[in-house]
Design a protein around this ligand. Sequence first.
Ligand code: NAD
Ligand code: GLY
Length: 351
Amino acid sequence: MEIVKVSASKEYNVHIGTGFLDTIGEKICEIKKPCRVVLVSDDTVYSLYGARVKASLENAEYKVCEFVFPHGEDAKSLENFGKMQEFCAENSITRTDLFIALGGGVTGDLTGFVASTYLRGVDFVQIPTTVLSMVDSSVGGKTAINLNAGKNLCGAFYQPIAVYADCETLKTLPDETFNEGCAEIIKYGMILDSEFLTYLSKNSIRDNIEYAVKRCVEIKRDVVEHDEFEKGERKLLNFGHTIGHAIEKCSNLTISHGNAVAIGMVIATKGAYEIGMSDEDYSDVLLPILKANNLPTTCEFSAEDLYKVSLSDKKRSLDTMALIVPEEYGLCKIMKLPVEDLLNFIEKGMN
Ligand code: NAD
Ligand code: GLY
């Protein structure tokens, strides 16, 4: 088992290994004595792993109640958030109890946000079960739900007290969902680690998933420790996300987050080169890695469609948009683009 220690506003360990789900109760006991646990999961993940996690927690003398919701991005809604808050109150959950998110990024984001607000803050643990949630959403404390106006518009920075990534759970992931998480893995190579980028160009992510998760968590840890509240460097993690969120929104969420980020990274990389923000066209590096991991690199929407939706992005100020673009091989930088130039950037990125 590998452990990556994160020192942010809370200190916690990210445990990465394979096949420890049945002893998760004992492991959590090392950091929090038995209490009541709200085990949160979507219906798919709960049916696969819920009983095992619950049994292990009960063996360790935790008292477990379950909040299970239909899988999918729609679960990150104000309605579901309200339901979960009421569920906790009805079950007399107190401030010294514990929330456990068992699932992907949707479960983690929802649980974390409820944990940050219920009784003004209750401890929570992440047990990520998708590639994306292992390498990105379970670490760093971003929690959120969606509003009609856009994704993740309502949320909080709230760190978990521990993360347990058991790579064995990835064996039941549909290939498509596994691949989507690979987009975030490739993102880390592009933004901050040229050695890892080279590694990804030569090695299969699937065959080396435990190493890939660990390396990504280390990179994310370093970023979060420098800039937990996203005043600067943390924005690098949004590489591909401004256009990616626009793609997700234009598709009414039928294009998944990971696929949208893959396409968004291509548009940002090409667009940056074409308008002179990057000296070289690093899409030559990016495209083969995305393709090798069965990720899309184009979409059917027009540049105009994506532009209009991008304008509501959180990274926008009145006149400028913060964009993440390649500076060197395996290194990105944050650039401010006047909003009036954004359409041209997207158009060039799509050609
Ligand atoms: P998800 O949680 O919806 O999981 C994807 C699908 O896989 C779901 O249908 C789920 O039921 C299923 N699933 C999960 N684990 C499984 C397993 N082991 N076996 C079989 N099926 C399994 O989505 P996701 O891709 O994990 O996360 C996407 C979400 O994460 C988005 O809402 C995005 O905004 C958010 N996100 C948050 C952050 C952050 O820093 N907080 C970062 C990136 C993404
Ligand atoms: N996923 C982006 C971040 O955690 O900042």
